[in-house]
Design a protein around this ligand. Structure first.
Ligand code: NAD
Ligand code: SER
Length: 312
């Protein structure tokens, strides 16, 4: 069996921490190198190698790939939807250049695999709202969505032209308790748990009827690993796979939280994130992922809420 050496870029972020820990379990602690611009997340400390690195510095990234004998890269560094709207040029620059740096190095160093996540944010107001299919009208209106859609086609291009085995998932909003979210429109679905526990009330920045596609982090980590472990011959989508877990509104998650904290109350004060949420589909059709590599989610809203409270 070929020995893999995996570099996770953006390892101190919401997904990075849990994905790094899961990959270390599979490949051995020493073979998964965590890296980030910011300091090492406390949960990663002592579990394996950590390198402080800016993915925009291509020379340094290339040097690390050679020095560490890297065979796979998971690129998680990005600016998410809400933060992206505050600084569109910075979001475009980081989200695009980081991917191009990684794909170029993957080509030069003949890396075995690259993972790069896309998002439901590729879809826009003209995409179907319900059960949004893999292939449909895709006209994103946020800079984040534009960067993800462009990125998907760069992945496809490097695969077609240079044979890079790059794989991708369009994650829904991800809900987790281990590491904090990084500036997305779906972050309310995490904040709500923390304020429910601390203050028994929450002021939501989205309207009560804003349905969005969501997923619990254990499902997202498993989906990522299952996609990356799948036989290359089963991967028919080289842009990015639709992926679905659950779909709910702020009103529905609040009702579920009330079952655990009966005196919890929610109020609504929609802000600049409402139009972002309104531009996205409310639910996703991921039939292709199910067919190609056997995807199936574990967590629905009630079980996710129960598990969050068990762990927070
Ligand atoms: P996050 O913001 O929590 O983490 C990103 C990490 O990248 C941070 O730790 C940050 O310090 C690091 N980073 C930023 N700039 C960097 C640079 N120049 N060099 C090195 N590291 C840098 O984000 P996340 O939620 O973990 O998202 C990871 C990926 O998944 C992103 O591509 C995001 O678009 C995608 N995604 C996330 C969600 C979600 O709900 N969390 C949903 C869809 C897609
Ligand atoms: N959770 C992400 C966001 O809201 C979706 O990519 O930005």
């Amino acid at each position: 069996m070929v020995k893999e050496r995996i570099l996770v870029i953006g390892a101190s972020g919401q997904i990075g921490v849990e994905l790094t820990l899961a990959l270390r379990k599979m490949y051995g602690n020493a073979n998964v190198i965590a890296s980030d611009l910011r300091e090492e997340n406390d949960l990663l400390k002592g579990t394996g190698p950590y390198v402080s690195m800016d993915v925009m510095n291509k020379k340094m990234l290339h040097l690390q790939v050679i020095r560490q004998g890297v065979t796979q890269i998971y690129l998680l560094a990005a600016i998410l939807s809400a933060t992206g709207e505050k600084n569109p040029h910075l979001a475009w620059s980081l989200n695009m250049q980081s991917l191009l740096n990684v794909l170029d190095i993957a080509k030069e160093e003949h890396l075995h695999k690259v993972y790069w996540p896309s998002s439901i944010a590729v879809f826009g107001p003209t995409s179907p709202k319900q059960d949004c299919p893999q292939q449909t009208i895709i006209e994103p209106t946020t800079v984040y969505g534009i960067s993800k859609y462009a990125g998907e086609f760069w992945c496809n291009y490097y695969h077609q032209r240079y044979g890079i085995d790059v794989r991708s998932l369009r994650y829904p909003g991800l809900i987790s308790y281990k590491s904090a979210p990084g500036g997305g429109t779906t972050d309310y679905a995490i904040e709500i748990f923390h304020t429910a526990l601390e203050e028994k009330k929450y002021e939501c920045f989205l309207r009560e009827d804003t349905y969005l596609p969501m997923m619990y982090m254990p499902d997202a980590i498993r989906a990522t690993i299952e996609l990356m472990e799948a036989d290359a011959s089963n991967i028919t989508v080289r842009t990015s796979y639709n992926l679905s877990g659950m779909s709910f509104s702020p009103k529905e998650i609040a009702a579920e939280i009330k079952k655990h904290i009966p005196d919890f109350s929610i109020s609504y004060k929609p802000d600049y994130r409402q139009p972002i949420a309104d531009s996205w589909p409310q639910s996703i059709n991921d039939m292709v992922a199910r067919k190609d590599w056997g995807w199936k989610e574990d967590f629905a809203l009630d079980r996710m809420v129960e598990d969050m409270f068990k762990n927070l």
